[in-house]
Design a protein around this ligand. Structure first.
Ligand SMILES: Cc1cc2nc3c(=O)[nH]c(=O)nc-3n(C[C@H](O)[C@H](O)[C@H](O)COP(=O)(O)OP(=O)(O)OC[C@H]3O[C@@H](n4cnc5c(N)ncnc54)[C@H](O)[C@@H]3O)c2cc1C
Length: 385
């Protein structure tokens, strides 16, 4: 097994329980480092509403089988067995009450019980295949009849993310779906940065949309652009150079009273917008979007107010970029699912070679789905390897 992250540990446990001799090779000085920093240190370890529509992949159906055979309830049963207290935060997201540490301890304990050996500080350099797999690190050599690649994605290079898994897939002639940062803040160009970024820290509940996809969650203005759950979610779908549509006041009619009444001026608009959006943001947004060149006393027409209403429900922003892998929670793309069995995660071209977790072209929405994919794909391979 290459990589002692979420997927690798789960796979090792399942394989170990079946009596397989399992060695997990991990380049870091400890196992499950990403689990430790996940969910703000509390690890959002699953989502009780786990369905395939919460995942992106060139083949949206690929994840279905593994997700059905290792469900959130299966992982919750493990968490319960270890008496780890947890709570539902929002939208089905389960977090530890105390610390993500408890999840890594649980997985390490299960590994021990299943006879799994974890080798730390092993930087795998090379893999060869003869009649078995030969894995070389800086100092050691390991041989095994099967090899599971669980080396994760490219996000957070500071924590040791590597492209090793993708390189290995290419070495064995497997296709890769183009990788890019996902669940990542978006960056404004110079003009919008000048217009909004002094409001960094301001947040509002919005609907962020790209194409057919939309998310109703909170948005946060940052020093360089936009973040917050709604933006992270839509970033996974966003294509460079294209606009994101943001409904700043979902389900509300901000200018309704103004359209029906006599006070159709900036002062009335400010009062209406400030009632529904953070004050400073409401003021700024109006300065930039209210019908042109009207003083506090001028009156707008009904049509102008209708246009203002339309714009506040469809604020168009064109980010220039994302914050990149350094700030991304996950990597979109990866080992093409066409190359893998959806039941076992084994490469169809290379018997005995498996890919699981984030290195595969399956990317979850924010909210515990990425760990659920790691557990489910890990269990699928662990039950077959
Ligand atoms: C800040 C942050 C917070 C997150 N919070 C959540 C959350 O709350 N809920 C959620 O569902 N998801 C969350 N995620 C996403 C989640 O962490 C990943 O989807 C998940 O860890 C993927 O599991 P994995 O086992 O595939 O990869 P990883 O957990 O990344 O594990 C891969 C392992 O392989 C090792 N490795 C890499 N290359 C080599 C090599 N050449 N030799 C040996 N070992 C190697 C790495 O050191 C690493 O330990 C978060 C991600 C980040 C960055």
């Amino acid at each position: 097994m290459l990589g002692a992250g979420a997927a690798g540990l789960m796979c090792a446990i399942e394989a170990g329980k079946r009596g397989r001799r399992v060695a997990v090779l991990e380049r870091a000085e400890r196992a499950g480092k990403k689990i430790l920093i996940s969910g703000g240190g509390r690890c959002n370890f699953t989502n009780i509403y786990c369905q395939t529509e919460h995942f992106l992949s060139a083949n949206p159906q690929f994840a279905k089988s593994a997700l059905a055979r290792y469900t959130p309830a299966d992982f919750i049963a493990l968490v319960d067995k270890h008496r780890i207290p947890y709570h539902e935060k929002t939208l089905g997201q389960l977090f530890c009450d105390r610390s993500a540490n408890e999840i890594t301890h649980m997985l390490e304990e299960e590994c021990r019980a299943a006879g799994v050996k974890i080798f730390l500080n092993v930087k795998v350099r090379e893999v060869q295949r003869t009649d078995e797999f030969l894995v070389r690190s800086d100092g050691d050599e390991f041989r095994a009849p099967a090899l599971v690649v669980a080396t994760g994605g490219l996000s957070i290079p500071k924590m040791g993310a590597t492209a090793f898994g993708y390189d290995l897939a290419r070495q064995f002639g497997l296709k890769i779906q183009k990788t890019r940062p996902a669940l990542v803040p978006l960056v404004f160009g110079a003009v919008e940065r000048e217009q909004y970024c002094d409001l960094a820290g301001v947040s509002a509940e919005v609907v962020a949309a790209f194409g057919e996809q939309s998310f109703r969650e909170s948005m946060l203005i940052t020093h360089r652009g936009l973040s917050g759950p709604a933006i992270l979610q839509i970033s996974s779908y966003w294509n460079k150079g294209k606009p994101v549509r943001i409904d700043l006041v979902p389900g509300r009619d901000v200018t309704g009273a103004m359209r029906d009444g006599d006070a159709r001026n900036m002062a009335a608009a400010r009062a209406a917008f400030q009632g529904l959006l953070p004050k400073r943001f409401a003021t700024r947004w109006l300065e930039l979007h209210a019908p042109a060149a009207k003083g506090a006393k001028d009156t707008w027409s009904k049509r102008e107010l209708e246009e203002l209403e339309r714009r506040v429900h469809e604020w168009i922003v064109v980010p220039t970029d994302t914050e990149g892998y350094g700030k991304a929670e996950v990597t979109r793309g990866g080992v093409d699912t066409d190359e893998l069995s959806s039941k076992t995660m084994e490469a169809s071209k290379v018997r005995g070679l498996f890919f699981i977790g984030e290195v595969v072209d399956v990317t979850g929405h924010l909210g515990g789905f990425n760990f659920q994919w790691a557990w489910a794909s890990g269990a699928a391979a662990g039950r077959s390897v």
